[in-house]
Write a protein of this length. Structure first.
Length: 670
């Protein structure tokens, strides 16, 4: 047997976890504390202690994490561990179902549908049921309902409950949507297929309804280990509870302070209440942080203490003292963006690689001005949070709306816009375009009542709506305010289209609200469109080029979890942006926002920049004074400052006054 060299390879906290005996173990592993190393050493130690490899179950959330852990265990043991039941929840679920799917009415050779296949099948069911066909109401598409059905599966809730709690725009058709879900499930059974969410649902169903299967596998798995336990949704937690019911040798590793995926169905209470659910639980803490300099770590430690529901802990830096974080005060969003771009250029000249830098933000739309500034300063970047801003379908749609207002002969823009409206299919688009061409692209031709009778009733209503919007848009006071034009189309037609077309409609809506606020800084539609089209052309041409050797990473905080960089910039730390305004409407929302900020700061190893805008744009496009994020206040104050009636922690002037005389960060003015 190879020597694992635990004394040399692990610190005392890690060794205690690796050598822990049987029974339920809860390991609270702080950011950068070496949880992956600890988990893999525990697996290797269990094997060396005589536990057969095939009697160990190791559950992860990503294929990358699974591959890394398996390869590390093989390196430690100097042998293959192919018999280990290891991988993502979905991977292991598929392994189960390939053996036992017949117990649920499926064949062992069932197909697994990807998201596009699932959305197409849902659309087929909607069409077969006749929903939305003859109604003026836009029935949601498969892409919008797929995420809804997945959330219902993940949480174990009825789809009507999910709609009542977070999809109020579907409330009046909740029964119809539930019927679509039943039809979708029946159709999958008929064609012997499952989607990704079904893998977990049917895995749990096997354990909950087939006593022999539960007994067989709960007895088989002598030890179960779960990584990132704070991210489990109700069905994943229930599966683990069933499988560990015999031996109760369950090791769960996670960090409640990094529980940030509630929108996917993750439930932080699973880790917070683990000691109550498993009464013999032993709790261990990994508090030594190997990633960040102590000055950065102090920021996260101070802010997270304001959460009430948590396992209290203070991370301890192993690294030597470094540079204090900087709070960067910029006048507005564009000033902030250009300052960040210039600072990156400066750091690169000093010898730092762009590959070791990241810019993080709360939502994707907060990167709009940043992407423009980086391109203007020649800084290569890659976007982890989705497509580049101007490549996104909803941004292209909105620009097409502006293009037809500016140039009524823009046939391509007309085609894109017309396809959005209810009842306007390809043949109707062709008919409308031919009519416009006959009248030299005068949009008033669409107001011809005799011609309108040649198209369907639904299409007729859509054209009437479009004409009214164009009439309002060409009013001089509106025409030269691109922000007003974007809000006009968004609020009267496009928001409903998003809701019924995409499962991430809320995110896309926020993108457009941010886009309209940015557009309001222009007083000319001509100049705005010119700038936007040049921006789009830059992005399109960059797709054809090879990826740069070095590039800054742009990412939402959600998608940056688990990653680290030498240098991190965190943008738009103002109330309503970070923390995000919608969080105040949900129980526990503010605490999750605070955990998000904690995750953002603990991505940085050496340099951390916290950026705040002194002026911002409201959702109506009005310029207003920003209030600093309460998280910035929490760095400099042990207790909350006096709240104003708005609920915001304090004014910008008050913050600047107090921030100049504190030891936690350096104040910089952009």
């Amino acid at each position: 047997m190879p020597n694992l060299e635990l004394e040399q390879s692990l610190n005392e906290e890690q060794r205690d976890v690796v050598l822990a005996g049987e029974g339920p173990l809860l390991v609270i592993a702080g950011a950068g504390s070496g949880k992956t190393r600890t988990l893999t050493y525990r697996v290797a130690h269990l094997v060396q202690s005589g536990v057969p490899i095939h009697r160990i179950l190791l559950c992860t959330f990503t294929n990358k994490a699974a591959r890394e852990m398996v390869s590390r265990v093989e390196f430690l043991l100097h042998k293959s561990i192919d018999n280990l039941w290891g991988g993502t929840f979905h991977h292991i679920a598929n392994r189960f179902l390939r053996r036992h799917a017949d117990r649920l009415g499926f064949g062992h050779n069932y197909s697994i549908l990807d998201r596009d296949d699932s959305n197409h099948l849902i659309d087929t069911v909607i069409k077969d049921l006749g929903y939305g066909k003859n109604s003026s109401y836009r029935f949601p598409k498969g892409k919008a309902l797929g995420g809804l059905f997945g959330l219902a599966n993940a949480t174990g809730e009825e789809v009507e409950t999910i709609i009542a709690e977070g999809y109020e725009k579907f409330y009046n058709i909740a029964e119809e949507i539930a019927e679509v879900q039943r039809g979708y499930n029946d159709r999958k059974m008929q064609i012997n297929a499952m989607d990704f969410d079904d893998l977990l649902k049917y895995w749990y169903m096997l354990l909950a309804t087939c006593d022999d299967i539960k007994e067989r596998y709960s007895e088989l798995f002598q030890h179960i280990l779960v990584d990132e336990y704070q991210d489990t949704n109700p069905i994943q937690a229930a599966i683990i509870d069933e499988l560990s019911s015999y031996h109760k040798n369950l090791t769960v590793v996670g960090d409640d302070a990094q529980s940030i995926y509630r929108f996917r169905g993750a439930d932080c209470t699973h880790i917070l209440e683990f000691p109550q659910r498993y009464s013999l639980c032993q709790t261990y803490y990994l508090r030594k942080n190997y990633r960040s300099v102590p000055e950065i770590l102090a920021i996260g430690n101070r802010v997270i203490t304001h959460n009430v529901n948590q396992f209290e802990k203070q991370l301890e830096a192993v690294r030597d003292s470094g540079t204090p974080p900087k709070v960067v005060m910029a006048e507005d969003s564009m000033t902030e963006a250009h300052w960040v771009a210039k600072q990156i250029v400066k750091l690169q000249r000093e010898g730092r690689s762009l590959n070791n830098m990241a810019i993080l933000y709360r939502i994707h739309s907060h990167s709009l001005e940043l992407q423009i500034a980086l391109q203007q300063h020649g800084v290569p970047f890659v976007v982890r949070s989705g497509l580049r801003f101007f490549e996104q379908a909803h941004i292209k749609d909105m620009i097409s709306w502006l293009r037809i207002l500016f140039n009524a002969k823009d046939m391509l823009a007309w085609q894109r816009i017309l396809s959005i409206f209810k009842g306007v299919g390809p043949s109707t688009v062709t008919k409308i375009l031919n009519h416009l061409e006959d009248y030299d692209w005068d949009w008033e031709a669409l107001d011809d009542k005799a011609w309108r009778k040649t198209i369907s009733a639904r299409a007729r209503k859509s054209v009437e709506w479009l004409v009214r919007m164009v009439e309002e848009a060409v009013i001089p006071d509106n025409f030269n305010n691109p922000g007003t034009l974007i809000r006009l189309f968004f609020e009267q037609e496009y928001e409903e289209y998003l809701t019924h077309s995409y499962d991430d409609a809320a995110k896309r809506s926020e993108d457009l609200i941010e886009f309209s606020a940015f557009a309001s800084t222009y007083n000319s539609l001509d100049r705005f469109l010119s700038d936007m089209m040049l921006q789009t052309d830059i992005e399109s041409s960059s797709e054809d080029n090879e990826q740069p050797d070095e590039a800054v990473v742009l990412s939402t905080v959600h998608q940056a979890k688990g990653l680290e960089w030498d240098v991190v910039f965190c943008l738009n730390l103002v109330e309503g942006a970070f923390p995000f305004f919608l969080a105040f409407q949900e129980d526990g929302g503010l605490e999750e926002e605070r955990r998000l900020f904690y995750v953002a700061t603990t991505r940085a190893k050496e340099l951390l920049y916290l950026c705040c805008r002194q002026m911002g744009s409201s959702r109506q496009g009005l310029v207003r004074t920003s209030d600093p994020s309460r998280f910035l206040w929490e760095i400099i104050r042990e207790s909350q400052p006096n709240r104003r009636r708005s609920g915001v922690n304090g004014s910008m002037a008050m913050f600047l006054l107090e921030a100049e005389h504190q030891p936690w960060f350096d104040l910089v003015f952009a």
